[in-house]
Write a protein that binds this ligand. Structure first.
Ligand SMILES: [Zn+2]
Length: 476
C-alpha cells in the first residue's frame, strides 16, 4: 500500500495530542457511542431489603424450571467468557422477565413469588440480560472504567494512544482498498462478519418468547466494487458456529466471489477479529485449501482483523440492520422462511442479496488439514493481518496495521502437498437438537404454515437418524 508509511508518520505525530484529548477519547467523543450510555447505567443500584418470608421450595423449583426453559443465545462474537449465555431481545429488563414469569404462573396455575426471588434464582444461572453490543470496544471500556477511579499511568496512556492510532490506520487502509478495487479486477476486497442470532419460529405471541427454539446463523460478506452482498445461512439443526462450520461457510463464500471475478489475483478479506484460536486454525486451513485448489487465478489471500467495537465492517453491519428491519414485527416461521425472506428482499442500496443455504454436503472436514499445519507459537489473537501466498508454506503476518514489513511463520515443509480433496463430515459430526427444544418447536406448529411444519419435521427426522448413528458409533 503506497500511502501506508505516510499515514503512519502522520498519525504517529498525534502522539503529541494533549492529555485532555485522550481523556475525551476514553469518554467517548473520539470513539463514537461510548460515553453517555455508559454513564447512565454505571453505578449499580442499591439492593432493597426484603422481608424474610419463607418461599416454599416448590415455588422456587417452578421459577428454576421457568428460567432454565428460556431461550438463550451465545455472545455474538467470541470473547474470553464464551460460556456465558444471553437472553434474547424480548427480555431487556428484570420487569420484562418477571412479567413473562407471571404469565407462566397463570398458565401453570401457580401463585407467583416476588420479583426479588425470581431475580435471585436468575442470578444462579450463567445468563445475562444484554448481549454485549457490537459497538462497544473492550479496550476503550476498560480505559473509561479506569478513568472513573484514577489517572492513567504513562504506560496505559501510551497503550491507549496506540489503540486509537491502530484504529485510524485501519480506516485509512480500508479507504485505500476500496479505492483500489474500483476499476481494477486484479484485486478484490470483501468484508465479512456473522449476524447476531436469529430465532425461529418467532412471533409476537407471548408463548413463543420464553421457549427455547432453533437458532439461525448468517455469515454475511460484502464485496466492494461489485456492491454485492453474500449471505451464507444455516441453522442449529445442522451445526453451530464451530471452526469447521465457519471454514465451510467461508469456502462457499469464496467460491461464489471468485466465480464473480475470475481475474482476481489478490484477495483482501476484512473481519471483525477476535475469534478463538481453534476456530482460526480451521479457517486458516480453509484459506490455504482454497488458495491451492480453487478454480481461480488467486496468488494471495490477505486477511485483516479490524478492531472490534470500532465498526471495522461497516457495510456488513448495514446489511445486518437491513435484515433486522426486514424481520421486525413479522413472524419468522422457520429457517426456510428466513431464507425466503432474504432471497426475496431487494434493498435500494445493495439490490438483491446472493443467499447460499449451507447443506450437509458443503461441510468439509478441515480438522485433519489444520492438524497438519504447525500453529505452535502462532497466536491468532495477536495477529492483525495474515497473508497466504500460493505455493508458499509460510504464513506472513503483521502485529499492527501500520507495520510495513511482514513477519513469517512456517506452517509446513516446502514439500508438503495440500490435499486436493477433503473428506466430508460424518453424520455424527452434525448437531442434534435437544428433545426439549424439539417439543417447544412442535408446540408452535399451530401457529406456522404447513410448509414450515414440514421443514421442521424433516429436520427432526434427520436428527433421529443422527441419534441412531451416534448410538451405533458409540457401540450400543
Ligand atoms: Zn477502542
Amino acid at each position: 500500500m503506497r500511502n501506508q508509511s505516510e499515514c503512519k508518520r502522520l498519525y504517529l505525530s498525534t502522539l503529541n495530542i494533549s492529555q485532555l484529548r485522550v481523556y475525551n477519547g476514553a469518554y467517548g467523543k473520539l470513539n463514537g457511542g461510548l460515553g453517555s450510555s455508559y454513564q447512565t447505567n454505571f453505578y449499580p443500584k442499591m439492593m432493597k431489603r426484603s422481608p424474610h418470608n419463607k418461599t416454599a421450595a416448590t415455588a422456587i423449583d417452578h421459577v428454576t424450571a421457568f428460567i432454565s426453559q428460556l431461550h438463550t443465545v451465545p455472545a455474538h462474537y467470541c470473547r474470553q467468557d464464551t460460556k456465558r449465555q444471553y437472553l434474547e431481545d424480548h427480555f431487556q429488563t428484570k420487569i420484562q422477565l418477571y412479567n413473562a414469569y407471571k404469565e407462566q404462573c397463570l398458565t401453570d396455575n401457580v401463585e407467583p413469588v416476588s420479583m426479588k426471588k425470581v431475580v435471585d434464582v436468575f442470578k444462579k444461572f450463567d445468563i445475562s440480560f444484554h448481549c454485549p453490543k457490537k459497538d462497544q470496544c473492550a479496550k476503550c471500556r476498560l480505559i473509561y472504567l479506569t478513568l472513573k477511579q484514577r489517572d492513567l499511568s504513562e504506560e496505559e496512556e501510551l497503550e491507549f494512544l496506540m489503540h486509537l492510532i491502530e484504529k485510524w490506520i485501519f480506516r485509512i487502509q480500508k479507504k485505500e482498498k476500496i479505492a483500489s478495487v474500483l476499476g481494477d479486477k486484479k484485486m478484490m476486497y470483501i468484508e465479512q462478519d456473522m449476524q447476531g442470532n436469529v430465532i425461529s419460529p418467532d412471533s409476537d405471541i407471548g408463548l413463543f418468547w420464553y421457549m427455547s427454539r432453533i437458532n439461525n446463523f448468517n455469515f454475511t460478506s460484502y464485496i466492494h466494487g461489485w456492491n454485492k452482498v453474500v449471505c451464507v445461512l444455516w441453522h442449529e439443526g445442522l451445526s453451530g458456529k464451530d471452526g469447521v462450520t465457519m471454514a465451510s461457510a467461508r469456502l462457499q463464500m469464496l467460491e461464489y466471489s471468485l466465480k464473480l471475478n475470475s481475474e482476481c489475483i489478490d484477495l483482501q478479506l476484512d473481519g471483525d477479529g477476535c475469534a478463538a484460536q481453534n476456530r482460526n486454525q480451521k479457517e486458516s486451513a480453509a484459506e490455504v485449501f482454497f488458495l491451492e485448489n480453487g478454480d481461480h487465478n488467486l496468488q494471495t489471500i490477505t486477511v485483516s482483523y479490524g478492531i472490534p467495537g470500532h465498526s471495522p465492517v461497516q457495510n456488513v453491519d448495514q446489511v445486518h440492520s437491513i435484515i433486522d428491519r426486514v424481520l421486525k414485527g413479522r413472524d419468522l416461521h422457520s429457517p426456510l422462511d428466513f431464507y425466503t425472506k432474504l432471497v426475496n428482499h431487494c434493498s435500494p442500496k445493495f439490490n438483491k442479496f446472493h443467499v447460499i443455504r449451507l447443506k450437509q454436503e458443503h461441510f468439509l472436514d478441515f480438522n485433519q488439514l489444520s492438524s497438519q499445519m504447525w500453529f505452535k507459537g502462532f497466536r491468532f489473537g495477536d495477529m492483525k493481518v495474515i497473508q497466504y501466498r500460493k505455493g508458499d508454506r509460510n504464513l506472513y503476518y503483521k502485529l499492527h496495521h501500520g507495520q510495513d514489513d511482514w513477519f513469517m511463520h512456517r506452517y509446513q515443509e516446502d514439500s508438503f502437498e495440500i490435499p486436493k480433496e477433503l473428506p466430508p463430515l460424518r453424520e455424527i459430526d452434525f448437531n442434534i437438537i435437544p428433545q426439549q427444544k424439539q417439543r417447544n418447536v412442535e408446540q408452535c406448529y399451530a401457529y406456522i404454515p404447513l410448509r414450515d411444519q414440514i421443514f421442521f419435521k424433516e429436520m427432526f427426522s434427520v436428527n433421529d437418524n443422527r441419534r441412531i448413528a451416534l448410538r451405533i458409533a458409540e457401540g450400543f
